[in-house]
Design a protein around this ligand. Sequence first.
Ligand code: MLT
Ligand code: ZN
Length: 474
Amino acid sequence: MDLNLKRQKLLDALQGKIPQDVILLSLEDCAPYGGDWTRLTGKPLLVFLPKTTEQVSLILKSCNQLKIPVVPSGGRTGLSGGAVVTQSEVVLSLSRMNQMSPVDVLGRTVRVQAGAITESVHEHCAREGLLWPIDLASKGTCEVGGNLSTNAGGVRVIRYGMVRRWVSGLQIVTMNGDVIELNRGLEKNNTGYDLIQLMVGSEGTLAVITEATLKLARLPHKEHVLFFAVPDLESVSELFSRARRGPFEILAFEFFSQRCLKAVETKLHRKSKLSKSGEFYVLMEIELGPGSEPEALLEDWLSQVLEADFILDGLLAQSSAEKKEVWGLREGITESIALTNEVRKYDTSVAVTNIVGFVNEASRLFHSMNLGAELYLFGHFGDGSPHLNVVRRDTVDHKTYVEDCDRFEKELYPLIKKWGGSASSEHGVGLLKKSWVEMSRTSEEMALFRAIKTAFDPNHLLNPGKIFNLLSTG
Ligand code: MLT
Ligand code: ZN
């Protein structure tokens, strides 16, 4: 069917059923909804911004009847292209559905709509001394629905795990318009398949999440931020091993290379407060128990570590402003790198015991290939989740850079496999990691993926082409 005709038919089908201000029509208004932080983008047929679950249901039902594909959309901060329009789909944005119910302090849960901004959920729950412990650099923009759909990770996975641990209820709408409550917020419910866990990480390919019951933790008692410069990755690992045995709970253990720090310092127009520089830096956030004894134990631990020869320099942030400053250096990396040039991102994962071996071998591979690019290394060391960012050199044109990245990728994927890892630790698959999915899953698993997709969405209209292709290429 011709695109204009499709569009008109859909508008006619919804005429009088949903208010006019829920629909964006003009090319200009629709354009921002076609892409995400990958900078991949496409042209939506139309954009809907529903305010209620009933409107979501009506829109999906009409699209299903007219066989029009739909891309569900949140804060569009994804880095794998999971919310990108590829075939003039309709975009269904949940951003206006951002209500939050009062926190259930006794049950330690909160019910929110999918469009609630992650940071707003944090602020809402903090008033009751509670925390939805999903902490990402994009928390001021990303939305709960997107966090759930991608099983987001972030900087505190070492302490709290991924998003899938922090949800006990979902309201979903299937492509035929059915509104289904999953698990009703129960902590215990052993009555068959866990459909919540199937939805989490399904990247909008099975159904649209409209509401969620989120599980909450107590806010950390007292957080401290420490920052270190070290000469190499082995030293990062040595520090991690000391921290694991330290008199505190680790909330975050992040690392980044000298090159990353320089990019952030350039962007922020400020230097880190360390007086010596190193090949790598570690940002560590810890939680101490109440009373003065843990403070004294931390000081002892720190003075011993600072005397060790694998530490070049280190500091303990002395105020909340200083903590923020140090975090700013880590959280500014993605944006600062993106400002330098084109970036290809490899969000890898290995067992934490393998991270040094894997990253060193991947770096050697990168440098041996003489690519027209620089390697920026950073990520969640404590989770075994290094991010390899391959950034184009100014001296190289776009085409050469893309060919170089493709060459590198062909060697990197087998290396990840050799180290028993995964090519997506937390960014999901979207469009960009599909070849890895086919490569790392068995044909039996892929057949199950396709069967599950078809059970939820028989016409294959929800977020088409994401995670895997429906037709087997094998
Ligand atoms: C991060 O760790 O900062 C995020 O995963 C974003 C990124 O990898 O660029
Ligand atoms: Zn990350």
